[in-house]
Design a protein around this ligand. Structure first.
Ligand code: NAI
Ligand code: 13P
Length: 337
């Protein structure tokens, strides 16, 4: 059995190793010569993992037709801004029905769709099986060294979710199935915005109490928003919700957290925004959610997202925004608002 992995970055490499460990033939598709050469020749991916030796059976190429040829599964591990364009390149290459598995977290660059909707908009029902997302608290840096991790295979179709569950599960990766696609995808995207806020708090010098408050109130905010979009409340209390929120808000591995930390340290986002080269999905996700609320739900309160938006896009000072959050009108802890 063969899996095509789109991307040669950190998550692509982590999931390639999982599948390789599970006896699946993997071939990675990349656009970066250095990453491809590292994987094929030096059997590592030094840019992302300084001390990890990969198996020789994990290979990468720029030749997309070779990657897609004979693959039963196509795994999306490119940042969300490239998902649609790479899938459009894949489409004419399909010769048999495949299962497309999304592992990216955020929204379509052009349409702001959830990524599962993007996949369904690119392919016909005859070309692909029901879409699956593989999401949950899973830093590539830990998965690639086989540290115990649990994620969800999310699909509207339970059977396809179970198939993907079996494909990825092993003694260090435990996969649960879930059918609330909307709730899971909004949770996995929204948590990146809260993780930027968590990094900002760290950079400003705040401690564990502040982070616990942010995670808790962030969970309330993302649950309310996700329910508005059609997700189930219980999903936000699972791996794709609070699970991913905790890991991303608390880990130095998180690029969203790192971005926030840098912004908090300089009490300003402009230098970071001008120079950033890393994959920080929360930056664009924040704008998508902020703009959606402004346009479609003017009475909806999203104080954390609004503050992160002001810092990233309106030159707001992080230290002032923290004061603003703390001095909002006092209220009860209700999830309703
Ligand atoms: N790194 C992690 O721990 C996790 C990442 N994710 C998600 O996975 C997605 C990818 O993130 P990372 O792997 O971390 O990013 P990354 O920055 O480590 O790697 C991105 C990769 O995409 C490649 N790429 C860019 N454009 C491409 C194109 N058109 N065709 C093929 N490859 C292309 C780059 O060369 C690079 O190899 C993001 O949405 C992220 O939120 C999800 C779970 C864990
Ligand atoms: O989604 C992730 C872990 O579950 C990765 O988070 P970052 O993109 O912030 O590194």
């Amino acid at each position: 059995m063969k899996a095509a992995i789109l991307g040669t970055g950190s998550w692509a490499t982590g999931l390639a190793r999982v599948l390789n460990d599970n006896g699946v033939e993997v071939l990675m598709y990349g656009v970066d010569d250095r990453e491809i050469e590292d994987i094929n020749v030096r059997h590592c991916n030094y840019k992302y993992f300084k001390n990890v030796k990969l198996e020789e059976s994990i290979r990468a190429t720029k030749n997309l037709p070779e990657v897609i040829e004979g693959a039963s599964y196509i795994i999306i591990t490119v940042p969300t801004q490239f998902v649609r364009s790479v899938l459009e390149e894949v489409k004419p290459l399909l010769k048999q029905k495949v299962t497309v598995i999304n592992a990216a977290k955020g929204f379509d660059m052009n349409t702001n769709m959830r990524i599962s909707d993007t996949i369904r908009s690119v392919f016909t029902k005859d070309e692909i099986n029901p879409v699956v997302s593989l999401i949950g608290p899973s830093h590539a840096e830990e998965v690639v060294i086989r540290m115990l991790t649990a994620v969800c295979a999310v699909s509207l179709d339970e059977k396809t979710a179970q198939d993907v569950q079996k494909l990825f599960s092993n003694d260090y990766l435990r996969v649960y199935t879930l059918t609330d696609e909307i709730g899971a995808e909004y949770g996995a995207a929204y948590k990146n915005v809260i993780a930027v806020a968590s990094g900002i708090l760290k950079g400003l010098g705040y401690g564990d109490n502040s982070r616990a408050a942010l995670i808790t109130r962030g969970l309330v905010e993302m649950t309310r928003y996700g329910m508005l979009k059609g997700g189930k409340a219980e999903t936000f209390f699972g791996l794709t919700g609070v699970g991913d929120l905790i890991v991303t808000c608390s880990s130095e591995h998180s690029r969203n957290f790192q971005a926030g930390k840098e912004i908090g340290l300089s009490d300003n986002a402009s230098d970071f925004m001008a120079g950033n080269q890393k994959t920080v999905e929360g930056i664009r996700t924040c704008k998508v959610i902020h703009d959606d609320i402004l346009k479609n739900y003017p009475d909806f309160e999203a104080p954390i997202t609004n503050c992160v938006y002001d810092v990233l896009y309106e030159n707001g000072k992080p230290s002032e925004k923290v004061k603003e959050l703390m001095n909002r009108a006092l209220k009860s802890e209700s999830i309703k608002g």
